[in-house]
Every structure is written in structure tokens, then in C-alpha cells.
Ligand binder design. Structure first.
Ligand code: ADP
Length: 243
């Protein structure tokens, strides 16, 4: 896991200064730079899993090895929409190995963050599949972006590596909230339901460690497509059973 300690990375001073300008800006000033204008989504607007299940009547009891833990359940959020609007500590980008932007969520994140993000990404020397590297969020409402590279096609251990290194990176950078898109399920072609199993099982296993659970307030699954909403609704109760 290279590049976790964002503040000690050997970045050119000019790039580090533009990254830090946004990281250190008072929240009210940062808001004037958002590409999404006033359409940003604050933490309080996010629905936690128990409330989401009540609203959508989807917390059906299932057989599972995981215990019902109301504290953990409240850390899990479902957000249906655009990850670039979330005003939280960190969002995850489903990037490619070169980290130089692309289509899908990667393109949307670069567009919303502005061209300075590309300068920082270019200095990172790419990223291996299953690994993650963090940058500043620039003009995004999110403070940080964690760029991870998902596998092309189905590869459980690599996708597990993505979720795990992102969670560890968030912890190392003291992020209290992190939002994931459905990594690899777009152009990279990972079957949606199997990918949801990996996302949820990795997250639950990680949260089982008390020191991890203490470090994070919200883990948000950002669902952009109806097919993912369907799978997460169906699978959440296996990994985060309600009481
Ligand atoms: P990959 O190359 O890893 O498959 P994609 O960007 O093609 O990445 O797709 C990953 C997921 O991100 C897909 O579910 C896609 O629908 C979703 N997605 C695309 N744009 C956004 C966005 N703005 N916010 C959140 N999710 C998005």
C-alpha cells in the first residue's frame, strides 16, 4: 500500500501546495469552489442502513453467520446517486492502472475535481490492481479521493484487496467517512451481484476489528444503477443483519 501518507509524499512543491490549498480551506470557502454548486449532499442527508431498510421495506431476515450489531449497522449507508456530490472526508475512485483519468466514475471525478487532480495523479506513478493511492479532492465536496484499481473481469481476491486497501487508507488518513462506487462493475465487467458480496463481506470483516470500527463513522455504498440498488437491498441483511 504505497502513497498512504499523503502529507509525506514526495510531490513537487507546486502540486503539494495546490492540493493543500483545498485541504486546508475553511468549509464555507471550499463550498464556493464546488463544481456541483449547491447540489452537494451533507452527511446528515445520508440514510443509514436501518432507516433505509425501514423506508424501503427490505430488511428481510435471512440465515447468516454474522450477528446483528446495531452500532455497525448505523455506520453503513446507502446513497443512490452521484458520488461527486458527497461532502464527506473521502470518496473512492474506480480508476485504471495509469491513474490518468478515464470514463465512468473516474471521468466524473476528474471533471468535478478539476485539472489539478490530474497533475497530482500523474506524480503517483500509477497504481497496481487491488491497491489504492490517495490524493486531495480539489474542487470536489469530498476532502480526499482514494484511487483504487479494480480487476478486469471477476477476480475475488483483487476486488477484496481494493476494498481493504481503501478502508486502510481511509483509516491511515483519519477519514471518518468513506464512499465506495461499485468498483469494477462498469467497463471492467465484474458481475454486479458477486461484486456486491465482496464489497459487503470485506467491509463487515474489517469492521469486526474494534480498532477499525472506532475509526470510522460512515461507510457509504454509492449506488448509481438500479441493478446495484436491487442487489444491495437483497444482500445487506446477510452481512449487516438488523435486530
Ligand atoms: P470500472 O472500470 O471499475 O468498471 P466504471 O466507472 O465503469 O468503473 O463503473 C464503476 C461503477 O461506477 C458502475 O456501477 C457505474 O455505474 C458507477 N458510476 C459511474 N458514474 C458514477 C458516479 N458519478 N457516481 C457514482 N457511481 C458512478
Amino acid at each position: 500500500m504505497e502513497g498512504v501518507n499523503i502529507h509525506s509524499m514526495c510531490l513537487e512543491p507546486k502540486i503539494a501546495a495546490s492540493r493543500d490549498k483545498y485541504l486546508n480551506m475553511p468549509p464555507a470557502d471550499r463550498r464556493t469552489h464546488y463544481k456541483c454548486g449547491k447540489k452537494y449532499v451533507v452527511l446528515e442527508d445520508l440514510t443509514d442502513w436501518p432507516s433505509y431498510a425501514r423506508q424501503h421495506r427490505c430488511g428481510k431476515k435471512v440465515e447468516t453467520k454474522w450477528s446483528a450489531d446495531s452500532l455497525l449497522n448505523r455506520k453503513i449507508c446507502i446513497f443512490e446517486g452521484d458520488i461527486t456530490t458527497l461532502e464527506i472526508d473521502g470518496i473512492v475512485n474506480a480508476a485504471n492502472n495509469r491513474l490518468l483519468g478515464g470514463g465512468g466514475v473516474d471521468g466524473a471525478i476528474h471533471k468535478a475535481a478539476g485539472p489539478q487532480l490530474l497533475e497530482e495523479c500523474a506524480a503517483l506513478n500509477g497504481c497496481a490492481t487491488g491497491d489504492a493511492k490517495a490524493t486531495g479532492g480539489y474542487k470536489l465536496p469530498a476532502k480526499y479521493i482514494i484511487h483504487t484499481v479494480g480487476p478486469i473481469g471477476e477476480n475475488e481476491s483483487k476486488l477484496h484487496g481494493c476494498y481493504l486497501t481503501c478502508l486502510e487508507t481511509a483509516k491511515a488518513l483519519r477519514m471518518r467517512h468513506i464512499a465506495f462506487p461499485c468498483i469494477s462493475t462498469g467497463v471492467y465487467g465484474y458481475p454486479n451481484k458477486n461484486a456486491a458480496h465482496v464489497a459487503l463481506s470485506t467491509t463487515r470483516e474489517w469492521l469486526e476489528k474494534e480498532e477499525n470500527a472506532k475509526q470510522v463513522d460512515r461507510i457509504i455504498f454509492c449506488l448509481f444503477l438500479p441493478v446495484d440498488v436491487k442487489h444491495y437491498k437483497e444482500l445487506l441483511n446477510t452481512y449487516f443483519p438488523l435486530e
